[in-house]
Design a protein around this ligand. Structure first.
Ligand code: PLP
Length: 285
């Protein structure tokens, strides 16, 4: 039986119950985090922990045990016998349960804290062959930097992309590419990487940060500059990045083929450097 974490306890999944008055359920008044376990160790767990704490701070959700995030994540892996498997840990903190009204509960209630771990391997076919993105206007709010569970504005365009046979969306705001529904987007032109700068318009991806650091370390030119939609036909490569998929080449955006329609050399190089980085993070090399 799968073990989950709920409000301070590790319990069987079928015993995990949450109030119908939970503000995560009623309002999406809640934040989350997703980390990857590489069959023995997490990649950049402190960066995920820092982002979780930032999301809590920005939403004024108080979880007094937030310092235990790393330890609980490890415990979820071990209690579910996932030590040797590629897995992810999902973690969510809501403002808690209280009669429905927009104002924060007064007196304050305890947050609802939920976490689970599950086996999840990388989609090697997508990493090899690349995927297509469906371009749509970015309908989201102006705090995309917060990892909020209120994701309907991501889900609706994503479903449209999915129904059309695309793997992800390419959000466009004011004529510039922001990011995907659950990934950051990079472009390559003449060997230089371009990606939207950190701002309220994108989530600061941990994988994005790793790519930016790898580019600096290996002297791959990178500019944190948003790409205009009308420049897409002139891009030689594109890729998306996230914790669950790592680095996936983009070979098409709506009807526009990118480069030669296959993963390009900069993307391939980054995939290899990322792989090396994952292996270097293994504490028992
Ligand atoms: N952008 C959005 C909107 C996301 O939801 C995600 C991840 O889920 C990312 C970017 C990539 O972030 P990370 O690399 O930390 O997984």
């Amino acid at each position: 039986m799968e073990t989950v974490y709920l409000n301070g306890q590790f319990i069987p999944r079928d015993q995990a119950t949450i109030s119908p008055d939970d503000r995560g359920f009623l309002f999406g008044d809640s934040i989350y985090e997703v980390t990857r376990w590489y069959g023995g160790y997490f990649l950049d767990l402190p960066a995920h922990a820092a982002r979780l704490r930032r999301s809590l701070k920005e939403t004024l959700i108080e979880w007094e045990d937030s310092g235990r995030f790393e330890e609980i994540s490890e415990e979820l892996i071990s209690r579910n016998d996932l030590g040797g498997d590629c897995s992810i840990v999902y973690f969510q903190v809501t403002r808690g349960a209280a009669p429905r009204t927009h104002a924060f509960p007064k007196p304050a209630v305890k947050p609802t804290v939920y976490g689970y771990a599950k086996r999840h391997s990388i989609d090697t076919l997508a990493c090899e062959r690349g995927v297509g993105l469906w371009m749509v206007p970015d309908p989201r709010w102006n705090r995309c930097d917060i990892k909020s569970t209120a994701l309907i504005a991501n889900i609706l365009p994503y479903q449209e992309a999915h129904d059309r046979g695309f793997a992800e969306v390419c959000f466009v705001r004011n004529g510039f590419v922001t990011e995907g529904a659950h990934s950051n987007i990079f472009f390559v032109r003449d060997g230089t990487l371009y990606t939207h700068p950190e701002s309220n318009d994108i989530l600061s991806g941990i994988t994005r940060k790793i790519i930016v650091a790898l580019a600096a370390e290996y002297e791959i030119p990178l500019t944190e500059e948003a790409v205009a939609v009308d420049m897409i036909p002139y891009m030689h490569e594109a890729l998306i990045s996230n914790t669950t998929g790592e680095i996936v080449p983009v070979v098409k955006i709506s009807d526009q083929v990118i480069g030669n329609g296959v993963a390009g050399p900069v993307t391939r190089n980054l995939q290899q450097l990322f792989r090396n980085r994952v292996q270097a993070a293994n504490p028992v090399r």
